[in-house]
Design a protein around this ligand. Structure first.
Ligand code: ADP
Length: 533
């Protein structure tokens, strides 16, 4: 902020300097014009002060005018007056010429003009003598006088006329003064307009972008990473704004990425804790009910043996029903025992060792298993893969994951549903994709898919553990499992990626290594309740 202010201040100081520069130039221009005007005035004054030959000629011509009228005689008094005026004009010419002839440019004319002036003096004196007297001038005297005046006029015309040259120069100077004045006024107006345009452009090109960038930096500093600096200019400022926006985009991406990572990690943590709880609880329950179950199974067995002896008295129909019930007690008790045994395995931990397995073979084994299930018989399943694909994995665990994904996919489809499985392998990675045309998933389902106990199936049908355990198994193998769907009714896709040589990823979940045991029991439960295995 301090910096922005100081730049603003510097720009204002720069503008002030330009203004001062313009003012200085204008003042010096005005000063030059002023001195030129003074020079023109002086020239004007010089013209006025110079000897006026024109007037002298005019006065002599005026003296000649009455002499031209031949009808009546000329009054001497009138001629005396005009002679006096001509003499005065000559005196004035002489006195002004006296001052001027000292200047170097007129020095050459000095002797001749003095001679001419003396001649004119004599001629005017003679004219004066000729008109001296009273009354009218006789015709003879008039003719003589006319010749004398004409001679004096010729002499006067031979005198230098300094005003003639000065008048031309004065006209030129007047024109130059007018044009310079116009030019100065025009250039001053243009300079003022240019200055205004300069200030306006400076505001738009420099002030506004700086202000926009400053605002952007302030907003981003406050955490508004969606803020964008928009500049209409196409210069370095716009490039700066573009870089600024790219930087903000980068910040936002990093923040989103970190947020996503934190969300994923939190979800994984919650999932692990819940699974750990499940493992702990399962172990406790399995341990507690194992003994009563053993007693029930044993009692069921001996009940069956004893019943054989007693059944002879009962009706044949009754015998059949009683036998079935007794068998069911024994069978289901043993099944429960098996489950509890697995739960105990699960809590104690199982073999998590990895060995080379052919994934194609594993998938085919699962498909053969599913093929025996009558309720999925009308579904069409395709599997495209190469002849074999060797991976270092825990075979039973991965088989369990595949079974879980296939069972989910088939359950999501209706009659004549379709499931396409594809196996592609890269150098270090193997991808197994499952695409069904079943009920699809909403974004909310996808979001919670791998959470323990998340299920959309009706109570008693789903446990919501299959995918969370599958996710854990795949993560332990250093792989990934992803789900996608275009929405409800649009089918679902699951993509499983496994490294060829899986590193053993140590999990913080107590029941990690035995998750397949639980998964197996879960899927098996789903399948066995249908009585299809
Ligand atoms: P369960 O199958 O016991 O519900 P899972 O963890 O295997 O538990 O699955 C959780 C939920 O994920 C299911 O209830 C179902 O809503 C959804 N799901 C899984 N696979 C698919 C699929 N292929 N199509 C649609 N929904 C699926």
């Amino acid at each position: 902020m301090v910096l922005a202010r100081s730049i603003r201040r510097k720009l204002v100081v720069g503008l002030a300097l330009v203004l001062v520069m313009m003012a200085t130039l204008s003042i010096s221009g005005l000063g030059g014009l002023w001195s030129y005007r003074q020079a023109v005035r002086e020239l004007n004054f010089s013209v006025f002060e110079a000897p006026d030959r024109e007037r002298l000629e005019a006065e002599l011509a005026a003296l000649a005018t009455p002499l031209l009228d031949e009808s009546t005689g000329v009054l001497r008094q009138e001629l005396v007056d005009r002679h006096r005026d001509a003499t005065a004009a000559l005196a004035e010419y002489r006195s002004r010429w006296g001052q001027l002839e000292r200047s170097p440019e007129h020095q050459a004319n000095r002797p001749i003009s003095r001679q001419l002036l003396a001649q004119l003096d004599r001629q005017l004196l003679e004219i004066g003598h000729s008109i001296d007297g009273a009354g009218r001038l006789a015709t003879a005297g008039r003719e003589e006088l006319r010749i004398q005046v004409a001679a004096s006029l010729r002499t006067a015309r031979s005198l230098p006329d300094p005003r003639a040259g000065l008048r031309g120069r004065l006209r030129e100077a007047d024109r130059a003064l007018a044009s310079r004045t116009r030019w100065l006024v025009g250039s001053t107006i243009a300079a003022v307009l240019l200055f205004v345009a300069f200030v306006h452009a400076g505001y738009r090109w420099v002030f506004q972008p700086i202000r926009a960038l400053h605002e952007g930096a302030r907003r981003v500093a406050q955490g508004d990473l969606d803020y964008r600096v928009e500049l209409s200019t196409r210069d370095e400022m716009a490039e700066l704004a573009e870089s600024f926006n790219q930087m903000t985009d980068r910040f936002r991406d990093i923040r989103d990425d970190l947020d996503g990572q934190v969300r994923d990690r939190s979800r994984q943590l919650v999932r692990s804790e819940r699974l750990a709880g499940v493992g702990f609880l399962a172990a406790g329950v399995a341990h507690e009910i194992n003994n009563p179950l053993a007693a029930i199974a044993m009692a069921g067995e001996s009940l069956q043996e004893r019943l054989e002896a007693l059944l002879g008295q009962a009706a044949p129909d009754e015998q059949k029903v009683i036998r079935q019930y007794a068998e069911m007690i024994g069978r289901e008790a043993f099944r429960c025992q098996e489950i509890t045994a697995r739960l105990l395995d699960f809590s104690r931990g199982q073999d998590a060792s990895r060995a080379p397995h052919d994934l194609v073979k594993l998938v085919n084994e699962v498909l053969a298993l599913v093929g025996h299930m009558s309720r999925f018989r009308d579904r069409s399943i395709t599997f495209s893969a190469g002849s074999s694909c060797q991976l270092e994995i825990n075979g039973p665990q991965i088989k369990q994951v595949i079974l879980n994904l296939i069972a989910n996919a088939l359950e999501s489809t209706s009659e004549r549903g379709r499931l396409d499985i594809e196996l592609t392998s890269q150098t270090d990675l193997v991808t197994l994709s499952f695409a069904d045309d079943g009920c699809g998933m909403t974004s909310e389902t996808i979001e919670n898919l791998f959470e323990p106990f998340f299920t959309t199936k009706s109570t008693g049908k789903g446990t919501g553990l299959g995918l969370s355990i599958s996710h854990r198994i795949i993560s332990d193998h250093g792989g990934t499992i992803e789900a996608s769907s275009d929405g409800a009714g649009q089918g679902s896709q699951f993509r499983l990626q496994l490294p060829r040589r899986s590193e053993h990823i140590d999990s913080d979940w107590v029941g990690r290594a035995t998750s397949d045991g639980l998964a197996e029991s879960v899927v098996e439960k789903t399948i066995e309740t249908d009585g299809e295995f």
